[in-house]
Design a protein around this ligand. Structure first.
Ligand SMILES: *Cc1c(COP(=O)(O)O)cnc(C)c1O
Length: 358
């Protein structure tokens, strides 16, 4: 006898990457930024008094909204602060995709998307990516044919690191009849020379919703703060109806606001990650692991034909190095490796070389 709703009973939950307690483990499995958050965040934390917590926080995180609006050159009404980017995903499903409706996703991608659909009792239209990890040209047509009310794509793509251009996404948004959520969890690590800027296309795309998070670029995964950027018509129902009454707490609002104001400091870590990303990719290549060019803070490495990705993952784990192995179509011969500090990456490369006998 089960008390759960039938769809909850039938579904599997989201499986997060391992979060070990031992401090000496080299964690290259959940795409955290290996460098510290801007110093202004520590100062904001030190300035918080317990007395500040007696009252409820600003319900819509007004100060954060203003800061984010300024950073992106949009109105505060275009910003929706959330408890991690993951809460924005859940709010989008709640708000735009009813029970029995269809959520469209590209496959493979973030495994939380179908979990959220299952919770809501939505159908999932999973549209395979091309062999070279692009969205199919007919992606919006397939979404429309499936009757999708909402679609989620991650850009840069996870787990491949491939970037789709803003021009392509804009044209897909205009062809799609539902809401297109573009999950930009890793956008801070995109090479600035590419001039990728999807926020600039919001004006001409009323159905475009962009996800940002402080978890990756701002080294604040433990804080749980993210936000949506979209036109006020999309943001408003989530601000005034579907959001929890106080969805972000006072402490996280203070720290997140300080972090965004120090975006320039954080961007120095993004540059370091980009430099290491290039070095790590080249070194993996030398060991026989081919990597796609990545615009995120991880690389997807294909192991040599005679090696087993799962065995390598296990051997590295025994060495105290965590990376990610996905037991999934298209990914069983690959490893997703977060870009660490130079010494972490050196240690990984050293152990990989030993296991490969290269
Ligand atoms: C990290 C991540 C998010 C958001 O994570 P939060 O920690 O909840 O902000 C969203 N999408 C993808 C693909 C991610 O990797």
């Amino acid at each position: 006898m089960s008390f759960e709703r039938a769809n909850i009973h039938a579904m599997d939950g989201y499986l997060p990457g391992e979060q070990p307690n031992q401090p000496d483990v080299i964690k290259l499995n959940t795409n955290e930024n290996p460098y510290p958050a801007p110093a202004a965040v520590a100062a904001a934390l030190a300035a918080i008094r317990v007395e500040d917590l007696r009252r409820y926080p600003p319900p819509t995180a007004t100060a954060f909204r203003q800061t984010a609006a300024q950073l992106h050159g949009v109105a505060p009404e275009c910003i929706l602060p959330t408890n991690g980017g993951d809460e924005l995903l859940r709010l989008a499903v709640t708000t735009f995709c009813g029970t029995g409706d269809t959520l469209g996703i590209a496959m493979p991608s973030y495994s939380l998307y179908p979990v959220l659909a299952n919770i809501q009792g939505c159908r999932v239209a999973a549209i395979p990516m091309t062999d070279d990890w692009r969205l199919r040209d007919d992606f919006p047509d397939r979404l429309n044919a499936a009757g999708a009310r909402l679609a989620m794509v991650v850009n840069p793509h996870a787990p491949s690191g491939k970037l789709t251009s803003a021009v392509t996404l804009k044209s897909m948004a205009r062809r799609f009849r539902g809401v297109l959520l573009v999950d930009e969890a890793y956008v801070d690590f995109v090479d600035p020379e590419l001039r990728y800027d999807l926020v600039a296309t919001l004006r001409s795309c009323p159905n475009l919703l962009i996800l940002r998070t402080l978890s990756k670029g701002y080294s604040l995964a433990g804080l749980r703060f993210g936000y949506g950027i979209g036109n006020p018509d999309l943001i408003e129902p989530m601000i005034s109806k579907t959001r929890d009454s106080y969805n972000t707490d006072y402490i996280s609002q203070q720290l997140a606001t300080a972090a965004l104001k120090a975006a320039k400091d954080a961007s120095k870590t993004w540059e370091q990650v980009r430099t290491e990303r290039a070095r790590l990719s080249a070194a993996l290549q030398t060991l026989g692991l081919s990597c796609l060019p990545s615009q995120a803070n991880f690389v997807l490495a294909q192991v040599p034909a005679q090696a087993s990705a799962e065995a390598l993952y296990q051997s590295l784990k025994a060495d105290g190095i965590l990376i990610r192995y996905f037991d999934q179509d298209r990914l069983r011969d690959k490893l997703r490796i977060t870009v660490g500090t130079p010494s972490q990456n050196d240690r990984l490369l050293d152990r990989l070389q030993a296991h490969l006998g290269a």
